[in-house]
Design a protein around this ligand. Structure first.
Ligand code: TYM
Length: 338
């Protein structure tokens, strides 16, 4: 059976990009494959964060994943820091990946530069005050994937380069130390792979940088979703046409409609003569998509005890797989086994 693994950072509220780009595929994949999903709390330490809120955010993220439709009886849901092999394998892979590879990672360059912009970090070039963990982040991500012999990794388009790195590192390790890791493939959805900010449609919707008005949260009440969609930035023309370069705002709305209600963006455009009508339909489709999720969320989030039990069972299963893979990798790397 194909093994699937993916992860999400518990670093903010889940938004439409997370849902359409990743979680929907996770839900579908759990029924067809052996699926493991990981709340990557160690990754959330790489940027400024609030230590007093992280544990709660981790539980809330678990509740959100159950609400979108993950079934803990069908898939394995766990927290990264509960499985100690993640940082252990990271070290072996840090001794496989190169500085050059990590310096080419666009997410690192963006986040490091952003830290510089708000005076919090060191900027791209020398990056003296950027956390080392932000630099090595993709190696930890490679460890997340390779520990579980994942064949398939369902992610949004922004993770494509990180997946390439995980593949390159696996291939290099296998070449040097003998066949050890499964080489994973990214699974990127055809619709919703790159949801853009509604206020700045040339920038992806994101937990950390988007404008609050441009980010539709999975838990936004219907009237808030409608308001955000109504205020979405379009352009000064009036023609509804799918052209992401020339008309990023309108194209993003068409992408959202396609992802939420089905259809093909360029085709959908033919049905509209005004931006207002398009926005109304996008808002209706998003509200219909999110309402059942919000109802389930209210049911599951209150019971922290149940959430913790689900995560503990998930970590137990994940650990069985991860421990075996780590041992195999340590042997391949030539370490003396205890
Ligand atoms: P994260 O937490 O930023 O996002 C979780 C998932 O949501 C997708 N996503 C989007 N998809 C479409 N449009 C958007 N605007 C958008 N924003 C986010 C992401 O592509 C992702 O699939 N590095 C990862 C977490 C990670 C991971 C892993 C993923 C750590 N280890 C192992 C897969 C396998 C991240 O920061 O995702």
């Amino acid at each position: 059976m194909t093994r699937v693994l993916s992860g999400v950072q518990p670093s903010g509220e889940m938004h439409l990009g997370n849902y359409l780009g990743a979680f929907r595929s996770w839900v579908a994949d759990q029924h067809e494959h052996d699926a493991l999903y990981c709340i990557v709390d160690l990754h959330a330490l790489t940027l400024d964060y609030d230590p007093s809120a992280l544990a709660e955010r981790t539980l809330v993220t678990a509740a959100c994943l159950l609400a979108v439709g993950l079934d803990p009886a069908t898939c394995t849901l766990f927290v990264q820091s509960h499985v100690p092999e993640h940082p252990r394998l990271t070290w072996l892979l840090e001794c496989t990946a190169t500085m050059g590879e990590l310096q080419r990672m666009t997410q690192f360059k963006d986040k490091a530069a952003r830290g510089h912009d708000d005076g919090g970090g060191g900027g791209g070039g020398e990056a003296p005050s950027v956390r080392v963990g932000l630099f090595t982040y993709p190696v930890l991500m490679a460890a997340d994937i390779l520990l579980y012999d994942a064949d398939r990794v369902p992610v949004g388009d922004d993770q494509r380069q990180h997946l390439e790195l995980a593949r390159d590192v696996a291939i290099r390790f296998n070449g040097r130390c003998g066949d050890t890791f499964v080489v994973p493939e990214a699974a990127i959805p055809s619709a919703g792979a790159r949801v853009m900010d509604l206020q700045e449609p040339t920038r992806k919707m994101s937990k950390t940088v988007s404008s609050p008005q441009g980010t539709v949260l999975v838990l936004d009440p219907p009237e808030v979703v409608r308001r955000k969609v109504r205020r979405a930035v379009t352009d000064t023309e009036s023609e509804v046409r799918y052209d992401p370069k020339a008309k990023p705002g309108v194209s993003n709305l068409l992408d959202l409609l396609a992802a939420a209600a089905g259809g093909e963006p360029a085709r959908l455009a033919e049905g509209y003569t005004t931006y207002g009508a398009l926005k109304d339909d996008v808002a209706d489709a998003l509200v219909a998509l999110l309402e059942p999720v919000q109802q389930r969320y209210a049911e599951v989030v209150a019971d922290h005890g149940a959430l913790r039990r689900i995560l503990a069972a998930g970590a137990e299963r994940a650990h069985l797989i991860a421990a075996a893979t780590y041992e195999r990798a340590a042997r391949s790397a030539g370490l003396l086994m205890p």
